[in-house]
Design a protein around this ligand. Structure first.
Ligand code: HEM
Length: 245
């Protein structure tokens, strides 16, 4: 089978994007892990046990609890986007696994309509950055560009899903081919190719932008510390060695 120049190019871009994403993410996570937290600073009222911290973090991850407390409108749009994204990423698993697990089959329609939640959420977050004065004042071009990138990925995806259709069989063999180092042809569909190239850009930007808040949340001392300062003296990792000497 003759492999087109387009397919080689998209394949090369995805290998590069995957490498940058994986390397960047791992090195940033190690950097977060090794950054000392010298002070005991959980936001009060804070849990007094480790199990309590797990419960607090779960509420943060699933419901965005602290955002809910600070701004209901931002919470609504932010949560809608992330929940829709979660459903749709589970739907996307079908391009990478064969045979498709049965729960991934069940989730398909939920993922597809999750894209509407993504669109509403992103449109709301972008509008907020433009019309709320105090938010516009602190917004940098990258804040806008990331929302525009996510919105463009969402709209090209929805265009394929709801109107234009896409050769999903070929998309799947292309990605399974990438994972098994056996490059296959990608359909020369401009909407599909732009969807994919924007996804590759997102993967490259992810570890070096505020999108890193996803893993970063777990390393936030104000959320992940136990309120036990009266029972146990808090010593940062790097200070432990100094104490021993
Ligand atoms: C390599 C990864 C990806 C591949 C291969 C891919 C491929 C596709 C394809 C082929 C469609 C059309 C589905 C259809 O016609 O039924 C689609 C739809 C969509 N994609 Fe992606 N996509 C990828 C990553 C992403 C990412 C990271 C996002 C979000 C940030 C995203 C958001 C969407 C949305 C919102 C839709 C419309 C709803 C749906 O059918 O799932 N995609 N994608």
């Amino acid at each position: 089978m003759q492999i087109s120049i387009l397919s080689f190019t998209v394949a090369a871009i995805f290998y590069l994007a995957f490498f940058v994403f994986a390397y960047g993410l791992i090195s940033k996570i190690l950097q977060y892990k090794n950054t000392p937290a010298p002070l005991k600073i959980p936001t009060m009222p804070a849990p007094t046990t480790q199990a309590g911290v797990v419960f607090r973090m779960s509420k943060e991850v699933v419901f965005f609890e602290s955002l809910f407390k600070s701004s209901k409108v931002t919470w609504l749009f932010g949560w809608l986007f992330h929940f829709g994204l979660f459903l749709d990423m589970l739907r996307h698993l079908r391009y990478f696994i064969d045979p498709i697990w049965f729960w991934v089959l069940i989730i398909q329609p939920f993922g597809k309509y999750g894209s509407i939640l993504m669109f509403i959420g992103l449109a709301g977050l972008l509008t907020r950055r433009i019309i709320v004065d105090r938010v516009r004042y602190i917004s940098s071009p990258s804040d806008h560009l990331m929302l525009v990138l996510l919105l463009s990925i969402t709209t090209t995806g929805m265009a394929m899903s709801f109107y234009l259709g896409a050769d999903v069989i070929s998309v799947k063999s292309f990605f399974i081919g990438l994972m098994t180092f056996n490059i296959q042809n990608i359909p020369s569909d401009p909407v599909l190719v732009s969807h994919l190239l924007m996804v590759a850009s997102l993967m490259i930007i992810f570890p070096y932008s505020k999108l890193l808040h996803a893993p970063g949340l777990f390393f936030s001392p104000s959320r992940n510390q136990v309120d036990n300062a009266r029972e146990k003296r808090h010593v940062a990792k790097w200070a432990e060695d100094l104490e021993k000497n």
